[in-house]
Ligand binder design. Structure first.
Ligand code: NAD
Length: 362
């Protein structure tokens, strides 16, 4: 079968890690035609829009994309193009598997955890009101008239919308994923003790949907701060996590730290019939163009994409090849070395070529 996939290399280390992923996908002998498109900083540098129509159309048409990270300025400047893509295509699931892969830098060697992050609302909705703005002042006035608690005049405000429909659909996805992938338990992560309405609604929606699966999948709930502590000490207590957007973002990085760093953390953004696959990490601008960062997260994101396309055997082969290269330890990028300045560290390309060679040896 042949496939057409949109490829967005991104910026910073994006072009290097996506190129490395292509080397590995090629070795699988899949018939994939890549349609390369730009977005974010690389598009702006060429005088284009942040999210060009051409790129949007390509994703719409091909329905599957592999994407490198895209830089978002901190504080001021444009809003995240990564978030914009998720919102535009209603890619409501962020799937982030966290696996040890025998990485020498993993804090635990037997982690196999699935993070399911709601991807469309929460503090990521981008509903914000800046300091010293007349609209913000009006909003504060209304809040102070209607709510029991008061907001300090002159504050900046970010809104945290959580809806029952979005909370229910992410929970349904999590339970269906658990059944399809023979997982055992789902933990709903929240802070409903403090945010009784927003996180309370997320938890209540989870509990309602979980009733439909109670004979098939074990479930519980855990407060996000407690989870953070438990994950670092007893990660084996958790199998799958379902979380609102912001906690999902933070806990995915914590999980990446447990298994050896962001270089090993893949991701998928999945909607009704469109999916965009990308590593958890960002564009790491200070490492850009050095051919030194770990491409495994992007290679593993490509494996998730190949599985999504229905090529499960090839996806397993790709994941096994990455696991074998990491376990053998001959071609480790600097981030997986005991000493990050170890001169024997493999380059991005060498790691990818070792994975491609491994695929051909199976
Ligand atoms: P980052 O993930 O880019 O980098 C943090 C650190 O992690 C790096 O300095 C590096 O030491 C390490 N790292 C990241 N990827 C690595 C890899 N593949 N191999 C080895 N080490 C790796 O996070 P940041 O510095 O907070 O963000 C940089 C930019 O990326 C920001 O503009 C941010 O908005 C953006 N970002 C984009 C995405 C996305 O495209 N989905 C996700 C997160 C951050």
């Amino acid at each position: 079968m042949s496939y057409k996939v949109t490829l967005i290399p991104g910026d910073g280390i994006g072009p290097e890690v996506t190129q490395a992923a292509l080397i590995c996908v090629d070795a699988l002998g899949l018939d994939i035609e890549w349609e390369t498109k730009i977005a974010g900083k690389s598009s702006m540098d060429q005088g284009g829009e942040l999210l060009p129509k051409d790129t949007i159309d390509s994703i719409k048409k091909n329905k599957v994309a592999l994407k490198g990270p895209i830089t978002t300025p901190v504080g001021s400047g444009f809003r995240s193009i990564n978030v914009a893509i998720r919102q535009l295509f209603d890619l409501y699931v962020c799937l982030r598997p966290i696996k040890s892969f025998n990485s020498p830098k993993a804090l635990y060697q037997d982690i196999d955890l699935i993070v399911i992050r709601e991807n469309t609302e929460d503090l990521y909705a981008g509903v914000e009101f800046k300091e010293k703005d007349s609209d913000t002042d009006k909003l504060i006035e209304i809040i102070n008239k209607t709510a029991q608690k008061k907001v300090r005049p002159g504050s900046a405000i970010s809104i945290k919308p959580i809806s029952r429909s979005a909370s229910e659909r992410i929970t349904k996805f999590a339970f269906e994923y658990a059944l399809a992938n023979k997982r055992k338990k789902i933990s709903c992560v929240h802070k409903a003790n403090i945010m009784k309405y927003s996180d309370g609604l997320f938890l209540d929606s989870f509990i309602q949907i979980a009733q439909n699966y109670k004979d098939k999948i074990e479930y519980n709930d855990v407060i996000v701060d407690n989870l953070s502590m438990q994950l670092t000490q007893r990660p084996e207590n958790f199998d799958m996590l379902v979380l609102p957007n912001l906690y999902g973002d933070i806990i995915s990085d914590l999980g990446a730290g447990l298994v050896g760093g962001l270089g090993l953390a893949p991701g998928a953004n999945i909607g009704q019939n469109i999916a965009v696959f990308e590593p958890t990490h960002g564009s790491a601008p200070r490492h850009a163009g050095k051919n030194k960062v770990n491409p495994a997260a992007t290679i593993l994101s490509a494996a998730l994409m190949i599985k999504y396309l229905g090529e499960t055997e090839k996806a397993i082969k790709l994941e096994k090849a990455v696991a074998a290269v990491v376990k053998e330890g001959k071609f480790l990028t600097y981030d997986l070395k005991a000493d990050r300045n170890d001169p024997s560290a493999a380059t991005t390309q060498e790691f990818a070529e070792a994975v491609a060679k491994k695929i051909k040896s199976f």
